[in-house]
Design a protein around this ligand. Structure first.
Ligand code: COA
Length: 244
């Protein structure tokens, strides 16, 4: 990506997350990432070349020095949400990981966000085995957080697994049969946050407790049922880890 495109990514962070400048990933971080094994991919308009979305991934390694990618940001211009650009950016990230022989990409998302869960688990085939309580503390300047704890699910995306390979050819996964447990999440948490912050907090605590209980029992999340305005969505939990 060019410097100009990195600047466009900075503008998009402001627009998508409504961060103050303190929380914005700056130009120098994009450059450092590019020069040290990470990469940033953009989606661009065909007519005028403007940035429509971007995905930014860092090079990382675990305690055994196994390399993986940490996908730090995925953002799409708000007026273009739900038109497949996020999915296309993730598939381009996957292609890069496969080409480089990196088997795993991870990232976090807010468990209260049904759309992100649908994208990460059903459209991309990610699985969740880790719940992070108040991951960034309460210091975020994003208006999207509205004073809630910044709880996060850690998505593991095993890019060459049969599960993820199937997605690359057929578009999305079918939920595996016979979940052992389910956890409900509102279809539209933003509406609840606007209406009643206490209700949003109660949802957060309920989902946190349920995830902690199921993960501690050795279950993992590998399924998701998208709800409707009237019906909450659901995370699905399984016992054996054959979806990894
Ligand atoms: C998350 C984000 C990058 C997704 O990009 P996108 O281009 O909208 O994603 P896609 O269109 O590929 O996929 C969105 C899916 O969610 C579905 N969806 C929309 N609202 C939903 C809801 N409330 N519950 C479940 N699924 C929902 C869409 O229908 C679509 O699925 P489909 O193709 O099966 O119909 C984008 O919404 C965004 O920029 N959000 C704000 C920043 C953010 O949350 N980034 C990710 C965490 S760092």
């Amino acid at each position: 990506m060019s410097f100009e495109n990195f600047i466009a990514c900075i503008e998009m962070q402001r627009e998508v997350w409504q961060f103050s400048d303190l929380d914005i990933t700056p130009l120098r971080s994009f450059v450092i990432t590019r020069n040290n094994g990470g990469f940033t991919l953009g989606a661009f308009a065909e007519n005028d070349g403007r940035l429509l979305g971007f995905a930014h991934a860092l090079a990382a390694f675990d305690d055994q020095r196994q390399a993986f990618y940490y996908s730090q940001m995925l953002a799409v211009a708000p007026e273009l949400h739900n038109s497949g650009i996020g999915m296309a950016l993730k598939l381009a990230q996957r292609q890069r990981a496969v080409e480089r022989g990196i088997p795993l990409m991870v990232w976090t998302f807010d468990p209260l966000q049904s759309r992100n869960a649908h994208l990460n688990i059903i459209k991309l085939g990610g699985v969740v085995r880790t719940y992070k309580v108040n991951y960034y503390g309460r210091y975020s300047t994003s208006t999207l957080h509205r004073g809630l704890d910044t709880d996060r699910l850690l998505v593991e995306w095993w890019v060459s697994s049969p599960r993820v390979n199937a997605i690359a050819t057929s578009g999305k996964i079918e939920n595996p049969p016979n979940p052992i447990a389910t956890v409900e999440v509102p279809f539209d948490i933003e509406q609840i946050k606007e209406r009643n912050l206490e209700e949003a907090c109660a949802w957060q605590l309920k989902i946190r407790n349920a995830f902690e209980q199921h993960l501690a029992a050795g279950l993992y999340c590998a399924g998701f049922v998208r709800g409707t305005a009237e019906q909450p969505s659901q995370y699905l939990f399984y016992e054996d880890q054959e979806q990894l």
